[in-house]
Unconditional design. Sequence first.
Length: 71
Amino acid sequence: MSLRLGALHDALLDPGNAEKAVRAAEEVAGYDKALMDIRGDLRVIHWMLGVMLIMIVGLFWQGFTIMGRLP
């Protein structure tokens, strides 16, 4: 996926062409779908990091409580 949307650029340069406008709309819709996929992946990664952080804090808590019991 490129940063510059070629069909959209062509449609904006030639506003009277309906075929180019349709291709540009399809290209923008595909770009939006790709962004939604990335956002979904990031949401999963955030959840995974949150769970890992809770587990690490729990391990530190257990370690400090065990160290407090040692003579």
